[in-house]
Design a protein around this ligand. Structure first.
Ligand code: PHE
Length: 343
């Protein structure tokens, strides 16, 4: 009995291995093969059952042998299935079910923030008019932020800026105008600089943030006039917004310029007809500007008899919001990727 069982097992093993190696099995027949040998009624399963009727001396050795064969067959099946899958894949690739010439799916690439991009763009526009980029610290002394800009202590104009004080004499700069002083201290006229940077004011609503960005312009030479100023900013506005954007200068006051003006652009929403955004005026304010005050030149020891200059300061967020119709300044700082990706 045990001899015939061993022979039977050997025969099943040979048969099975031969079939597995024959290369004739496909997805359907491999499953039938599995059932034939390892299924509930399968040949090997049957043998394992028969072992139960052997004597206790014969049982362990036969059991081990039968399990070995079972394991061998199971592994052989796995190998065939893996090979079938591999063949199927390369067949699909070759027969063009997958088009390998198609471009891959576009991956989203990050980019610089809208504010940074705009600063670069504006600096680039002014560079064409011969302006170089200057800079200064964000933590600034009262002297540069106010005094040297003709705004001594107790000057009412200090109230125009809700200043963050760091110490009694140090502030977070409230505007980029201190860069005017720092540049003129370092360089002799003539000079043309543009100074973008972060500024701080105690101010917070839909169009104001306690931290925002400005870009300062300063042009000093022997015969700089209000006409130069207007020509320059008009050229800028018409490059930045559109060639047909109208501008106007409206008299204003800054301690460090005389005369001073606000630069308005024709309302980008209603094209000057009047709407809620421009408060029916048809104009939107985008910059403060004017002719450099003699006291400012005196502070940096420039000869007020020989030179003149004009200066302007624009809010970057304001320009960006108008250009892209962004209703709330906070959108620019929340870093919501769905918002930022649009630019
Ligand atoms: N510094 C002024 C402000 O922040 C703007 C300005 C700059 C005005 C230069 C005139 C000349 O409001």
């Amino acid at each position: 009995m045990s001899i015939s069982l061993a022979e039977k097992l050997e025969e099943i093993k040979l048969q099975a291995l031969q079939k597995l190696k024959s290369n004739t099995l496909d997805e359907t027949s491999i499953e039938a093969f599995r059932v034939e040998y390892l299924g509930k009624q399968g040949k090997l399963t049957q043998i394992l059952k028969d072992i139960g009727s052997l004597s206790s001396e014969q049982r362990p050795a036969m059991g081990r042998l039968a399990n070995e064969v079972k394991h061998m067959v199971a592994q052989g099946i796995e190998t065939v299935i893996t090979e079938l899958k591999r063949k199927e894949r390369s067949k699909n690739l070759l027969e063009g079910e997958m088009d390998l010439t198609l471009p891959s799916r576009a991956r989203y690439q990050g980019h610089r923030h809208l504010i940074s991009k705009t600063i670069t763009e504006i600096s680039h526009i002014f560079s064409k008019y011969g302006f170089q980029v200057g800079e200064g610290p964000e933590i600034e002394s009262e002297y540069y932020n106010f005094d040297a800009l003709n705004t001594p202590a107790f000057h009412p104009a200090r109230d125009m800026h809700d200043t963050f004080y760091i110490t009694e004499k140090t502030v977070l700069r409230t505007h980029t105008s201190p860069v005017q002083i720092r540049t003129m201290e370092k360089f002799k006229p003539p000079l043309r600089i543009i100074a973008p940077g972060t500024v701080y004011r105690h101010d917070d609503d839909a169009s104001h943030s306690p931290m925002f960005h400005q870009i300062e312009g300063l042009w000093v030479d022997t015969h700089v006039s209000m006409g130069h100023l207007k020509g320059l900013i008009t050229a800028f506005v018409q490059t930045f917004f559109s060639a047909s954007t109208q501008v106007q200068l409206r008299p204003s006051y800054f301690p460090f310029t005389e005369p001073s003006a606000e630069l308005d652009i024709e309302c980008v929403f209603c094209k000057g007809k009047g709407c809620t955004l421009c408060k029916q005026s048809g104009w939107l304010e985008v910059a403060g500007c004017g002719m450099v005050h003699p006291n400012v030149f005196k502070a940096v020891h420039y000869d007020v008899q020989k030179i003149s200059g004009c200066a302007f300061g624009m809010g970057i967020e304001r320009l960006v919001m108008l250009r892209h119709r962004i209703p709330n300044i906070k959108l620019l700082y929340e870093n919501d990727i769905r918002f930022l990706r649009q630019f």
